[in-house]
Design a protein around this ligand. Structure first.
Ligand code: DMJ
Length: 665
């Protein structure tokens, strides 16, 4: 019977050939069968070879694994040597700077590794990348100890040596993987100081842990409602502003576990190009580019450098204006730029003038000129433009290069432009002389026209409009000026030096008074001098305290430069006030009215509280060897940058040929 099962009827020369057993295959079929068998064999062998963990489950696999091991033993010609054991990675090469796998590596291993790398690169036509050598600072007590400092250790036995190396290392090249070892106090330091440092460090932990708990990856924390704070200057994206801004403070305090989790977030999740809303060019530069560059100089971890360049690249379209002065806002996705509605067609002086340090340093560490060219152009426009009474109005139109209304201030809208003239000169190793000249000229005019003295003798910086005093008011933001004038005084001997130091002390005293005259002992957002009112806010929007750092910044700089104990005392008063009024279960909040005994919170933990406020308070109680002022310059967000030519952690590179070509475009 036929037909129950389908039979594969074949014909040879027209004659049916019924039996399948006697049937022979066509050539195409043979190929098919052979290739199926071959594929199966390759997959099976491949699995055995590449998945050696199968070795325990089969004796055949065992032997494959043994072959693999034998090949590995046959030498570095065939396989890359395994990475060093974790405990061998950090070598205490010089005190203050850690280098990886340098002296302790067997020279044969290094040579073999290089030969193998060259061979792979030649044969495969691709570049072999180094395994990232990220590690945190080593134990301070041993040259070969665990790879991070004890979390609570503030002391380092070899502080003297660290200083020596910093100085001797001024001209030395530093390897890309060198790290800064932060040390807050000499051994045997005063227990009171130690207690103060521990207190500030614990505040940082409280701020960080709550952000981590309730708003991780978002920009800021609402510490009272315990959720993310979404509005603000960072657009609508999840850019982890608190992480990026707070990282170098964690590092300097030796909070290495926290630093590591922040660093990993940056590596895996910081993607500015995903953001489809408007960011402030200025805020993104000072907090993100500045924070990342600072971490790069401290650690040598190239993740930070690469991310800083990625962020800056996203901002570049904002500079496409006839004068090169950037617009205020940019959308990284659409690349559309615009101004703030309230500023009309104008850009803001303190914003466009506070990019110089970050963009110049970024060019030096990447070898890409594009960033430096942008800020050099801004500088040139401002240097050559006519300036009313040697001062710079707060508004300028980037399309026409014309000043907007003639409002001048060392507070909001003007402040950090002047700060960056001084600091660009300092961080360049005093090479950027044009900046210093612009600074001294403008400051002479500012002191002549803006500096006022109240009836009771308090000095303050008032605001000008069309050359006249506009308001007898000083912003909290202007309180950075004490530190700025003190730095200007001690870094260059000129006809203004003595005046600068005198003004620095007087302004800082006034800012302290604005704190001392409030019920909370925290300073208002702005304070006035009119009639009987001195150093006190009058309008309700002036009575807020936003966790700002400027007054403590001046305490810190003046402490370092004068050694007058009162600055430390004032800083401690501030710590106690912050703990009493701003600390809540979920972090730290700003206050709505500093003149209330029990003020209401504003429910925002600003990212600059971690970047600046706590950092300056910590540095105020630490030894001068932690970020010495001759070797580090703080950007306006308190991110420390190494001084070029003086600090071996500057990490500048020569442009490669590719980058040189790129730079010419
Ligand atoms: C910070 O973002 C910077 O210090 C900026 O220059 C001014 N304002 C805040 C802190 O108050």
């Amino acid at each position: 019977m036929t037909g129950i099962l389908p039979s594969y009827q074949r014909f040879v020369n027209g004659v049916p050939v019924p039996s399948i057993s006697r049937r022979s295959f066509r050539l195409r079929e043979k190929y098919l069968i052979v290739s199926v068998l071959l594929t199966f064999a390759i997959v099976w062998l491949g699995a055995l070879f590449y998945l050696p963990e199968f070795k325990s489950s089969s004796s055949v696999n065992d032997s494959v694994y043994n072959v693999y091991k034998r090949i590995q033993k046959a030498g570095p010609e065939l396989l890359m040597p395994p990475p060093l054991a974790q405990h061998d990675e950090g070598r205490f090469n010089v005190v203050g700077v850690v280098r990886h796998g340098e002296d302790g590596d067997d020279p044969h291993v290094i040579e073999d590794r290089n030969r193998l790398r060259a061979k792979i690169e030649e044969e495969m036509g691709m570049k072999v990348l180094e395994r990232p050598q990220f590690d945190v600072a080593p134990s301070v007590s041993s040259s070969k100890g665990p790879s991070k400092p004890p979390v609570d250790a503030l002391e380092e036995p070899a502080v003297g040596a660290m200083k020596a190396v910093s100085q001797a290392g001024a001209k030395a090249m530093v390897k890309a993987d060198s790290q800064y070892v932060p040390v807050a106090l000499k051994p045997g330091a005063n227990p009171d100081l130690k207690h103060k440092l521990e207190t500030v460090k614990e505040m940082m932990r409280h701020a960080w842990n709550n952000y981590k708990l309730y708003a991780w990856g978002k920009n800021e924390l609402k510490p009272m409602s315990k959720r993310a704070h979404l509005s603000g200057v960072f657009g609508g994206g999840d850019l982890g502003a608190t992480i990026v801004d707070g990282l170098d403070t964690l590092y300097l305090m030796g909070l290495m576990d926290e630093f590591r989790e922040g660093r990993d977030w940056v590596a895996q999740h910081l993607n500015i190009n995903d953001v489809d809303s408007e960011l402030s060019v200025f805020e993104t530069t000072i907090r993100f580019v500045g924070g990342l560059l600072s971490c790069y100089s401290l650690t040598g971890d190239s993740v930070f450098k690469d991310k800083a360049a990625e962020v800056a690249d996203a901002l570049l379209p904002a500079f496409e204006t006839p004068t090169g002065l950037p617009y205020a806002l940019i959308n990284p996705s659409t690349k559309a730029s615009r101004q703030y509605h309230w500023a009309g067609p104008n850009s803001i002086l303190s914003e466009l003038g506070t990019l110089h340090m970050e963009f110049t340093y970024l060019s030096d560490v990447t070898g890409r000129d594009v960033y430096k060219k942008k800020v050099d152009r801004i500088r040139e426009t401002l240097r050559t433009i006519e300036k009313p009474g040697d001062l710079y109005p707060n508004f300028i139109n980037p399309r026409t290069g014309q000043w907007g209304q003639r409002h001048m201030s060392l507070g909001g809208l003007g402040d950090s432009f002047y700060e960056y003239l001084l600091k660009s000169w300092l961080v360049s190793g005093q090479a950027d002389e044009a900046a210093r000249v612009m600074f001294d000229t403008a400051m002479q005019a500012a002191l002549d026209k803006m500096l006022r003295v109240s009836p009771s003798g308090l000095s303050y910086l008032a605001e000008l409009k069309y050359g006249r005093i506009f308001e007898e008011k000083m912003d909290h933001l202007s309180c950075f000026a004490g530190g700025m004038f003190a730095l200007a005084s001690t870094t260059l001997e000129n006809t203004l030096s003595d005046r600068y130091m005198d003004v620095a002390k007087k302004l800082t005293h006034t800012c302290h008074e604005s704190y001392a005259r409030s019920d909370t002992k925290l300073g208002p957002e702005a304070f006035r001098f009119s009639g009987a009112v001195e150093a006190r806010a009058q309008k309700s929007n002036e009575k807020v305290y936003l966790l700002r750092p400027e007054t403590f910044e001046s305490y810190f700089i003046l402490w370092r430069l004068t050694k007058d104990e009162k600055y430390r005392d004032w800083g401690w008063e501030a710590v106690e006030a912050l703990e009493k009024h701003c600390r809540v279960d979920g972090g730290y909040t700003g206050l709505l009215n500093v003149y209330h005994q029990t003020p209401q919170g504003d429910d925002v933990q600003q990212s600059f509280f971690l970047a600046e406020t706590l950092k300056y308070l910590y540095l105020l109680f630490s030894d001068d060897t932690l970020l010495p002022l001759e070797e580090w310059v703080f950007n306006t967000e308190a991110h420390p940058f190494p001084v070029k030519g003086k600090n071996p952690l500057y990490r500048g590179v020569e442009a490669t040929d590719v980058e040189r070509e790129d730079n010419q475009l």
